[in-house]
Design a protein around this ligand. Structure first.
Ligand SMILES: C[S@@+](CC[C@H](N)C(=O)[O-])C[C@H]1O[C@@H](n2cnc3c(N)ncnc32)[C@H](O)[C@@H]1O
Length: 289
C-alpha cells in the first residue's frame, strides 16, 4: 500500500501527454467510457433545459459533444480538452456543418467569460484534475444563473483489484487515487453550487487476462500520472507477479475490474428559472418526492 504521507499529486504534463498519445486509439478501447457517458447523458432526460451554449469539459474524442449536439440542436457546443490531439480527433469526427468549437485549455483555467455558458457536461475528466475545487469554481464562474453542471467521475474503489495486485509487487503507487463521492460533493458546495446531487454505482468490466485490462487503460490514455509513479518499466518478472496476484479474483473464468462511478450535478443558483419562465427543479427533488 502507499504510505499515507506519500504525495499523490497528478503530473498535469504527464496527463496531457498520455491523452495526446492515445487520441488515435481511444475510441477502440473506450467501452467503459461510452457506457458511463450514456448513463450520464440519460440524466438530461429529466431536466428541462434549452441551452444556447453547452460546454463539454474534457471532451476527448467528442462522444458526449456529438450526443449533446443531437440533443440541443440549436446550441453552440464548446469542446474543451487539455490534450490537443484529442480535440483534433473530435474535429475529425464532427458532422457536416457542426456548431462545435474546439478549445485547448485546462479545466481549472477556462478561457471563457463569466456567465457565458448554460450547461457544462463533463464525463470522466474531473478525476484527472489535481485541483478539483479550482475546476468546479471555473465551471461555476462560466455558468449563467440557472446553469447546470453535470458530471461523472471515478471513486476510490476503482481498479481496486489492480491496485491490490500491484501492492504485492512493490509499495509504489501504480494506480491513480480517486476522491470519495462525499469529498466531491463537499467540493461542489464549496465551489458555490446549489442543490448538489451525488450518486455512486459500481460497474464491473471483465477481462480474460490482466494484460487485456492494461491494454485498454493504455489505449484510452489512462496511464499512471501520479508524480510519485514508478519511472522504470516493471519488466517481465513484475508482469508475471502481477498476473499471479490478480488471479485469485478470477470468477467464472474471467477477471473483474471494478469501476466505482460517481455521478453528480449542481446548479448555478438554487431555484433556476428556465427560459420559458417555468421553474427547473434539481433532479433530487424530482426523484425523492
Ligand atoms: C477519460 S477521457 C474522457 C473523454 C470524454 N469525456 C469521454 O467521455 O469519452 C478524459 C479526458 O479529459 C481530458 N483532461 C484531463 N485533465 C484535464 C484538465 N485538467 N482539463 C481539461 N481536460 C482534461 C483528457 O485529455 C481526456 O481527453
Amino acid at each position: 500500500m502507499v504510505a499515507p504521507s506519500m504525495p499523490l499529486e497528478l503530473d498535469k504534463q504527464a496527463v496531457r501527454r498520455s491523452f495526446d498519445s492515445a487520441a488515435a486509439t481511444y475510441d477502440q478501447h473506450a467501452v467503459i467510457q461510452r457506457e458511463v457517458a450514456n448513463r450520464l447523458l440519460e440524466r438530461l432526460d429529466w431536466m428541462r433545459l434549452a441551452p444556447t451554449t453547452v460546454l463539454d469539459l474534457g471532451a476527448g474524442t467528442g462522444f458526449c459533444a456529438r450526443a449533446l449536439e443531437r440533443r440541443y440542436a440549436q446550441a453552440r457546443i464548446l469542446l474543451v480538452d487539455l490534450a490537443p490531439a484529442m480535440l483534433l480527433e473530435a474535429r475529425r469526427q464532427r458532422r457536416w456543418r457542426s456548431a462545435q468549437r474546439y478549445v485547448c485549455a485546462d479545466a481549472s483555467a477556462l478561457p471563457f467569460g463569466d456567465a457565458s455558458v448554460d450547461v457544462v457536461v463533463s464525463s470522466l475528466t474531473f478525476q484527472w484534475c489535481e485541483d478539483l475545487e479550482a475546476a468546479f469554481r471555473e465551471c461555476r464562474r462560466v455558468l449563467r444563473p440557472g446553469g447546470l453542471l453535470l458530471f461523472s467521475s471515478l471513486g476510490p474503489a476503482t481498479l481496486h483489484e489492480l491496485r491490490a495486485a500491484y501492492s504485492t509487487i512493490d509499495e509504489r503507487p501504480h494506480v491513480n487515487r480517486f476522491k470519495d463521492m462525499h469529498e466531491v460533493g463537499d467540493t461542489l458546495i464549496r465551489a458555490g453550487f446549489a442543490s448538489p446531487v451525488l450518486e455512486r454505482e459500481d460497474l464491473v468490466a471483465t477481462y480474460a487476462e490482466v494484460t487485456d485490462l492494461m491494454r485498454d487503460l493504455k489505449g484510452i490514455g489512462a496511464r499512471n500520472s501520479l508524480n510519485a509513479r514508478p519511472r522504470t518499466l516493471g519488466g517481465r518478472r513484475a508482469l508475471t507477479q502481477l498476473r499471479a496476484a490478480y488471479e485469485p479474483y478470477r470468477r467464472d473464468g474471467v477477471l473483474p475490474a471494478t469501476y466505482e462511478l460517481v455521478f453528480g450535478h449542481g446548479w448555478a443558483v438554487a431555484n433556476a428559472r428556465a427560459q420559458d419562465g417555468s421553474t427547473v427543479f434539481p433532479l433530487n427533488r424530482l426523484t425523492r418526492r
